[in-house]
Design a protein. Structure first.
Length: 355
RNA sequence: UCGGAGAUCGUCUAAUGGUAGGACACUGGGUUUUGGUCCCAGCAAUCUAGGUUCGAUCCCUAGUCUCCGAG
């Protein structure tokens, strides 16, 4: 077979997507090694960590497919690079995206290095995305496209990465799993932070960060109490315990005063932004940058599965935010700490963190 | 203290002399590999005591409480 000389390490999470990924690559003739990353194993607040189940499921898949299986223990590194980052961001009142960091630091860096060390030519994951000549392209299945989470990977990593699911629709993936009789074909999708399992973010943060209750303020008036400003994120509507007529949305917060600001007016100026200041920009093709893109019109997405909005790249307002994106239409509830990801048609070219 | 107004789900409110609808909150489910959003479902109320009436949340009386004016 044409690919028989190539060794591919496939990240096997225990879920259906990565199992089908491994299966497809094996069918294509690659020498597949199933690798399960152990990133977290701690039980928290009465919630049992699912890692043992995930590990067993991943191993079952490998055995079923008849491929080699390895366990890669990244727990310490994951804590240092992903969890610590997440906690630090929350502490200063921002809303981080740990899965973006996980892809940047773990899956497409540490995992890649570990795989290469063990003789891999390539790695693969069950992400819905496509690569072409070191470019990152949106998945064929628009509903499942996961490029939003992948914009911080490098071209070098993409050159060594396969995303077979990027060409498929999710229902096809399910069908393939069922046809092949994969042991986890009917496994429920797992959601939430990839490692935390069923525990909510609030319980997770409470384990690591002390919080105090404070005021919820609307137009200068105290309208309620919250149990810790870090738990709230811009645009959030639930969890405030405030009733009466129109829903309340969080418009901002002051970590010093420990105050959370809300509005019931959807037209409230504080809820809408006409530009985005980006910090820590990253471009997959490192020849791109603030200067080469200035004046260029791109599409930006400020959350997973959000609509694309046209924007024009401009110079930033400071060293820490070297890029400003001027939006063609205002975006609601822009959230500092979340990612703004840039596209040119089907290509994801990079992005940055919302200042 | 006097004058005026009003008391309905946890909150904001709708309604009729025939036992109450909506919204928000909350809870559960769905969508989503972050947070959040969004969608569906569920929970839940006529201040108290009398009176009129076949029947009162609605009308009358008293009480309690609240709010707005004048001190």
């Amino acid at each position: 077979m044409k690919n028989s000389s190539q060794i591919v390490f496939v990240g096997l999470s225990g879920g259906v997507d990565s199992a089908v990924t491994a299966m497809l690559l094996k069918e294509q003739g690659y020498r597949v090694v199933g690798a399960h990353m152990k990133n977290w194993s701690k039980d928290i607040g009465g919630f049992e960590c699912p890692w043992e189940d995930d590990y067993q499921e991943a191993k079952r898949v490998a055995v079923y497919l008849g491929v080699e299986f390895v366990l890669l223990d990244f727990e310490q590194h994951y804590f240092d690079k992903v969890v610590q980052y997440m906690l630090d961001e929350f502490r200063i009142g921002r809303t981080p995206n740990p899965d973006v960091m996980c892809n940047q630091e773990i899956k497409f860096k540490l995992f890649l290095e570990a795989a290469v060390d063990r003789g891999a030519d390539l790695i693969a994951t069950g992400h819905y995305a496509r690569t072409h000549d070191g470019k990152l392209l949106r998945a064929v299945d628009d509903n499942k496209d996961q490029t939003y989470f992948l914009y911080r990977v490098t071209k070098d990593a993409l050159d060594k990465t396969l995303f077979p699911l990027g060409e498929l629709e999710k229902p096809q993936v399910r069908a393939l799993a069922t046809q092949a009789g994969l042991p986890n074909a009917n496994r429920k999708e797992s959601m939430g932070i990839c490692f935390v399992g069923k525990i909510g973010i609030k319980d997770f943060l409470s384990e690591y960060i002390d919080t105090e209750s404070g005021d919820i303020v609307e137009k200068g008036q105290v309208v309620g109490r919250h149990d810790g400003a870090i738990f709230y994120t811009i645009g959030q509507r639930h969890g405030l315990g405030l009733g009466g007529g129109m829903p309340y949305y969080v418009t901002g917060k002051d970590m010093e005063k420990n105050e959370v600001y809300v509005t019931r007016d959807l037209a409230d100026q504080s809820l809408w932004s006409e530009y985005i200041d980006l910090t820590s920009p990253h471009f997959i093709d490192s020849s791109y940058g603030p200067s080469s893109l200035e004046g260029v019109t791109l599409q930006v997405r400020t959350r997973h599965r959000a609509d694309f909005v046209d924007c024009v790249v401009a110079a930033g307002s400071s060293e820490t935010s070297p890029i400003r994106l001027n939006l063609s239409s205002e975006i609601k509830a822009l959230t500092p700490g979340q990612s703004a990801v840039l596209y040119r048609a089907d290509e994801c070219i990079g992005g940055g963190i919302i200042a």
